[in-house]
Structure formats: structure tokens, C-alpha cells
Design a protein around this ligand. Structure first.
Ligand code: FAD
Length: 291
């Protein structure tokens, strides 16, 4: 299928892009890697009259260290760049672990970090991982700039805080505290498909191996990233024994999610996967935190 007709603009600076978005409002859409937007347009699920191409804005593509051991990424940084970046491997290993699970290498060579976040697909790895790592997003429009945490930013299925005249320009991840472990577990029907269920877990321990902070965030079980608050509460202040991690996983499946059935999986199967994957993710995160 071919998309409906549209006007195309090719700005080379953020200011130029913002001015186009301000002028055209709801009629315009930013075009990043096009790996989601173009198929949606081909299926006529979106019919923007104007595309503002971000691909020639070099100031939006970078990976840089942030103060205190964090890392900053420009919105147009391609998935494949992130996948092979040593700073990401060192400072944000959960993201490093997530990248090869996203689609295929062909899609990762075009798709962008910011595009994935702005698209807010509840099945996207980077959406769940951003919440688990307490990411912060910088949004810019002609009238100014604002910041949002990942947990504030995602409002629902394909819905975020972004206004039509705004661009996501940067994503920042803070340093992980010492004695922090991470894991991303998922099940997909075929390698590189969107996951039927996925879970990102991050555990920070104190010097007696008690959980100081636990974040468990699911993908593909709701309208957005789903945080398992009840399960995390079970681990708070405790040494995470196998029994406790099993109990947390059971609580997550019973109390923290409300999955629905679709052509890919039943709600009951998704609940089962949540129980199994959460236990596995917590065990791996705990092992890594102890090292
Ligand atoms: C076959 C297939 C399989 C896939 N499998 C997976 C998978 O397993 N996991 C996964 O996470 N993803 C998957 N994807 C999606 C892929 O990761 C895309 O890269 C991602 O969804 C969108 O990134 P993009 O750069 O292509 O954005 P685009 O498609 O260009 O844009 C997506 C949306 O975000 C908006 N947008 C983009 N950038 C900005 C910005 N800076 N500011 C404001 N708005 C912006 C656009 O206007 C559009 O609405 C798959 C895609 C395909 C085609």
C-alpha cells in the first residue's frame, strides 16, 4: 500500500523543525526512522498532511556521558548505534541488553531511540526499560523546554505527554547505584517479533544484600508500561531469597497486571508468562547485583 499524499519538509536544525511544527500543528508529524510511522501511513491509520523529517538534524544524534555516571542520548540516535556503544554497555547495561531484542538489524539500522519512546508502543522494550531505569525526557517546542520522567511521560497506548508542536530531543538515564543488578526477560513467538510479554527488573542492594530499591516493569500486558508496585513491596528491605522472589513473581501476576486476550496470546497465558519471567528476571538481577 502507498501512503496518502503529504507535504514533505527536510529541516537541518531543531529550531527549523520546531518552527514547522508550530506552524502546522496537528496536521504535521515528525518523521524519525519511519519504521512505525510509514507502515501506519501505508495502512491509512494515520494521514498526516505534512511530514517534518528529522533525519538531517545532526544535533539530535549523539550518545554522551552525563554528570555523576549517567548517560544522555539524542532522540535521533539509531538503535544500531546504541546497540554497539561502549558507553551504553558500561553505564546503561539494561539498555544494551534490550537493543538486540528490538525487531531485526535492518529495522534497527533506521529506527531511532527517540522514535521508539515517542511512539509509546506498550510492547516496546525501550518504553518499559526507560521506566525501570528512571529515564528523563527533554521536550522542546518553540515556546520553551520541559522535562518529564518516564513514568509521567507515557499516558496510554501510543499516547504520551508530547504536544503536536513539541519534539522529544533528549533522553537521560541516571547512574545506577553500586550493587545494582538488572535483567530483561521476554517471550516472543519468533525471534525479533514483538514480545508477548516482557519484564525489565532492576534491583539495588544495601551492604547486607537487602533490597533497597526494586523496579519491575512489564511490556505487552497493558496500555503502556506496567509497574509492579505490589511485587516490589514484597522485596523491600529483604534479602531476596528464592522463596521471596517466587512470592513476588506470583504477586505480580495476581495483583499488578490486568492483561487482555488477543490473537497472539490469551490473558491467562500472559499471566503465566509474567509469573515465570518475573522470577527469572529477579533471580538474574539479584545475581548481578551481588557481583
Ligand atoms: C516489523 C517490525 C518489528 C518491530 N519490532 C519491534 C520490537 O520487537 N520492539 C520494539 O520496541 N520496536 C519494534 N519495532 C518498532 C521499531 O523499534 C521502531 O524503530 C520504533 O517504533 C519507531 O522508531 P522510528 O525512529 O522508526 O520512529 P518513526 O516511525 O519515524 O516515528 C514513530 C512516531 O513517533 C513520532 N516521533 C518520532 N521521533 C519523534 C521525536 N523526536 N519527537 C516527537 N515525536 C517523534 C513520529 O511522529 C511517529 O508518530 C518494529 C518495527 C517493525 C516495522
Amino acid at each position: 500500500m502507498k501512503p496518502p499524499p503529504f507535504e514533505y519538509y527536510n529541516p537541518t536544525t531543531v529550531d527549523e523543525a520546531l518552527s514547522l511544527l508550530a506552524e502546522h500543528g496537528y496536521d504535521a508529524k515528525p518523521l524519525a526512522g519511519g519504521q512505525s510511522l510509514i507502515p501506519i501511513m501505508n495502512f491509512r491509520l494515520a494521514q498526516p498532511a505534512i511530514l517534518v523529517d528529522l533525519n538531517n538534524i545532526s544535533e539530535l544524534s549523539y550518545i554522551q556521558p552525563d554528570k555523576g555516571g549517567g548517560v544522555r542520548l539524542g532522540a535521533m540516535t539509531r538503535h544500531h548505534q546504541v546497540e554497539h556503544d561502549p558507553l551504553i554497555a558500561e553505564r546503561a547495561p539494561l539498555i544494551f541488553e534490550a537493543m538486540p531484542k528490538i525487531a531485526t538489524s535492518q529495522i534497527r539500522s533506521r529506527g531511532t531511540f527517540g522514535g521508539s519512546i515517542a511512539h509509546a508502543d506498550p510492547s516496546a522494550e525501550l518504553v518499559a526499560v526507560s521506566v525501570a531505569l528512571d529515564g528523563r525526557f527533554r521536550l522542546r517546542s518553540q515556546s520553551g523546554e520541559r522535562e518529564a520522567s518516564a513514568s509521567e511521560f507515557f499516558l496510554g497506548i501510543f499516547t504520551t505527554l508530547l504536544e503536536p508542536e513539541e519534539l522529544l530531543v533528549e533522553v537521560t538515564f541516571p547512574a545506577m547505584p553500586p550493587r545494582t543488578g538488572w535483567a530483561l526477560m521476554e517471550v516472543a513467538r519468533r525471534p525479533h517479533d514483538f514480545a508477548l510479554v516482557g519484564v525489565a527488573a532492576v534491583i539495588s542492594l544495601d551492604d547486607q544484600e537487602r533490597c533497597q530499591d526494586t523496579r519491575i516493569v512489564f511490556l505487552s500486558v497493558g496500555d503502556g508500561p506496567v509497574t509492579a508496585h505490589h511485587a516490589a513491596e514484597i522485596l523491600k528491605g529483604q534479602v531476596p531469597t528464592p522463596e521471596l522472589m517466587r512470592a513476588a513473581a506470583e504477586t505480580a501476576a495476581a495483583e499488578d497486571i490486568d492483561p487482555s486476550s488477543d490473537i497472539h496470546a490469551s490473558a491467562a497465558y500472559r499471566r503465566h508468562l509474567v509469573k515465570v519471567l518475573t522470577r527469572q528476571a529477579l533471580e538474574l538481577a539479584f545475581e548481578r547485583a551481588k557481583l
